[in-house]
Design a protein around this ligand. Structure first.
Ligand code: FMN
Length: 383
């Protein structure tokens, strides 16, 4: 590696974790778990991103409470029995030279939706009861995100404390399962996001009203997890930098929140948006190329914390420009990685920094380097 090595392929160190590059695979729900237990699908789905050269792979939103899964077949870390199945995944990713994190989530008032490929809509409480599994929709106030959702129960102060404990216990299990990084899903209208926004939070106690009060759950949960999560491992927080609702949570609020999260030991703010009042697919932030990058840029500059940009980042040159322009420290790739699990390898090729195909695991890279010399001869008309 030289000074000319693209930033995307320069290592980055977060606490004691060094990532070989700045390509992160964004968490993506698979709705394919047996009561929270990941299986073969997850080993392959996540493993191929690691083989393909990403610096860090995130497991999808992983429930801290079975009643608060986003979708009906989401994975979870609410039980010690879930540690070993996750250990299979982390062991595999480590065996191919990758690093892996997990995103912990509590769906709040948006618990219990159908699979995304079925539409991702709210299931009725009756349909959820018919699964025979526990479900509960809770929020800051008895207000549904939209007409399709049932009205959530207003959380008591005891509920808030019990959920903090669940996040902490899940973080301890994530450590036991061998994860290198942890992300708290505090965006997309789920529990913590619903406390942040004045649109969904109408409380009059210490958790509602002023912005400081609405941030209390977010800061307390992050601080509690930080105390439990090993000091040497980084903690990410995904927020909706703007919640996509009129008079809701905005970018000024997110800058202040990021400063406060930094003060309690959060290392990276993962800058997403939307999802509060309608489902994420209906967010009113226009979804163009790199549409959330400006959120990351401003939070990084003004809060002085590392950020991860996400959303319609298509290729290596675009990702490299985001890093070079100081708009983010890491780039997260979602759907493009579903299309091309070797996204990092293709990015390195496009940026001309990987002549020997060292980004992809050597079992493939060895042959791709040989293939390249053949391809060159074909291109030059010598074969
Ligand atoms: C199939 C799928 C599942 C997703 N699941 C999650 C999730 O579990 N947690 C989360 O924070 N975002 C989730 N997202 C959002 C992605 O992490 C990412 O932020 C979004 O797709 C935008 O990035 P992209 O344009 O690169 O796909 C999901 C997206 C997709 C396509």
């Amino acid at each position: 590696m030289t000074a000319e090595t693209p930033l995307l392929f320069q290592p980055i160190t977060l606490r004691d974790l060094t990532l070989k590059n700045r390509v992160v695979i964004s968490p993506m729900c698979q709705h394919n778990a047996d009561f929270g237990i990941p299986g073969d699908w997850h080993v392959v789905h996540l493993g191929r991103f690691a083989i393909g050269g990403a610096g860090l792979v995130f497991v999808e939103s992983t429930a801290v409470d079975p009643r608060a899964r986003i979708g009906i077949k989401d994975v979870g870390l609410w039980d010690d029995a879930q540690i070993a199945p996750f250990r299979r995944i982390t062991d595999f990713v480590h065996s191919v030279g990758g690093r892996i994190g997990v995103q912990l989530a509590h769906a709040g008032r948006k618990a219990g939706s159908e699979a995304l490929w079925e539409g991702g809509r709210a299931l009725s409480m009756e349909a959820l009861a018919a699964t025979g599994e526990p479900w509960r929709r809770v929020g800051p106030s008895p207000l549904a995100p939209s007409a399709e959702w049932s009205v959530p129960e207003e959380m008591t102060v005891e509920d808030i404390a019990a959920t903090e404990r669940m996040f902490v216990d899940a973080a301890l299990r994530a450590d036991a399962a061998g994860f290198d990084a942890l992300e708290l899903h505090f965006g997309h209208g789920y529990l913590v996001a619903s406390f942040l926004s004045p649109v969904s939070n109408k409380r009059t106690d210490a958790y509602g009203g002023s912005r400081d009060n609405r941030m209390r759950m977010c800061i307390d949960y992050a601080a509690a997890v930080r105390r439990a999560w090993p000091t040497e491992k980084p903690l990410f927080v995904r927020i909706s930098a703007v919640d996509g609702s009129v008079d809701g949570w905005n970018l000024d609020d997110s800058v202040v929140l990021a400063e406060r999260l930094k003060a309690v030991g959060v290392d990276v703010i993962d800058c997403s948006s939307g999802g509060l009042a309608e489902e994420t697919r209906n967010t009113n932030v226009p979804r163009g190329l790199g549409f959330q990058v400006p959120f990351s840029e401003r939070i990084r500059r003004e809060a002085g914390i590392r950020t991860q940009a996400v959303g319609v980042i298509l290729d290596g040159p675009q990702a490299e420009a985001i890093l070079r322009n100081g708009q983010a420290d890491l780039v997260a790739i979602g759907r493009e990685a579903l299309l091309d699990p070797n996204w990092a390898t293709h990015a390195a090729q496009a940026l001309g920094c990987d002549p020997n195909f060292e980004t992809i695991n050597f079992r493939h890279g060895h042959w791709l380097a040989k293939r390249e010399s053949l391809m060159r001869q074909i291109r030059e008309g010598r074969l």
